[in-house]
Design a protein around this ligand. Structure first.
Ligand code: 0GY
Length: 308
């Protein structure tokens, strides 16, 4: 947080890890970090008036430095809720990425077609619909469906963020979406429930029955109940996430994506070492072929189809 920013962080906010380890796992050439954010900097790109949290700043230069440190080639930068539908910080990052970043925006019903086209020209390829109640206010479904119809014409997809317990209520809306659909963080399963229990089975059925639905197998640090190694002394950090993520990767190998989620909004207990998050990948994608699909082939097909 610089002294010039006019914003004060949400109490308890944990800043991103300033010295992540060098991963032992070497990601394949051309790997894409398909879920990350930029925050401000607030002095240049103010946070939205209606935001639910105020983060620490996390700039494009810091994101690109992390990309290089971890060995990735590209980023997909997802609009964070603290910026509302003001996509300028994300677009500025795309514009300074040298073609190495694509974006997922937040748009509203009143976003003009010309702005959608400008977002497309900057590298946006998706729109995010967020259903996590602590992060956003309710948007009527007909409004979202109208937006989905408009962005479909640009060849974009819809990224959806929700919690597992809400999937039954959202099912009809999600399955009516006319585009490719990408689920954030495996639909946030509750890991205190069994992997073959009704809740996660419904999520697997969601993908099995709908070939247009993809899943990010991201955020073990957010989902884990067992926690990171420093807290539990176990060899595998976030080990309880492994069977859930492996099941999705192995059942739907051509429809999975991975991302760091840097700078990790809203983590109150611990901040992950991004190098260790990369070392988690071979636990969930256990062969070079699966790793290549997860980190290169799939994200390239979705975000850089002209180069894949
Ligand atoms: C994530 C998760 C979270 C936040 C956001 O845009 C956001 O504010 O996505 C969260 O708090 O669970 O994907 O970064």
């Amino acid at each position: 947080m610089t002294e010039t920013t006019p914003f004060t962080k949400t109490p308890g906010w944990l800043d991103w890890h300033a010295g992540p380890s060098k991963p032992r796992f070497k990601v394949p050439v051309g790997a894409v970090d398909a879920h990350c954010h930029v925050f401000g900097p607030g002095a240049e790109f103010p946070y939205a008036a209606g935001r639910k949290y105020t983060p620490c700043d996390a700039s494009k230069a810091q994101l690109f430095a992390l990309r290089d440190h971890l060995g990735f080639a590209r980023n997909v930068i997802v609009q964070a809720t603290c910026h509302g539908a003001d996509n300028r910080a994300m677009v500025d990052a795309l514009n300074h990425s040298g073609g190495k970043a694509r974006g997922v925006a937040t748009v509203r019903r009143d976003t003009p077609d010309a702005e959608l086209q400008a977002l497309h020209d900057a590298g946006v390829r998706g729109v995010r619909f967020n259903f996590v109640k602590r992060l956003v206010d309710f948007t009527p479904r007909d409004e979202l469906m109208e937006i989905a119809g408009r962005i479909k014409r640009l060849g974009w997809h819809v990224v959806i963020y929700f919690e597992a317990v809400d999937l039954p209520e959202l099912w009809d809306f999600f399955t009516a979406l006319p585009t490719m659909v990408v689920v954030d963080h495996m639909g946030r399963p509750d890991l205190s429930k069994p992997i073959d229990g009704a809740e996660f089975e419904l999520f697997v059925k969601f993908l099995a029955q709908h070939p247009n639905v993809w899943s990010k197998v991201s955020c073990p640090e957010r989902l884990s109940v067992s926690g990171p190694p420093a807290l539990n002394g176990e060899q595998n950090a976030y080990r309880d996430v492994i069977p859930f993520a492996r099941r999705i990767v192995e059942t739907f190998p051509d429809r999975v994506l991975w991302g760091t989620d840097w700078p990790h909004p809203n983590l109150k207990d611990h901040m992950p070492d991004d190098g260790l998050l990369v070392d988690f990948i071979p636990h969930i994608a256990t062969t070079p072929a699966l790793q290549c699909k997860l980190l290169v082939d799939n994200p390239m097909r979705l975000y850089w189809p002209e180069q894949s």
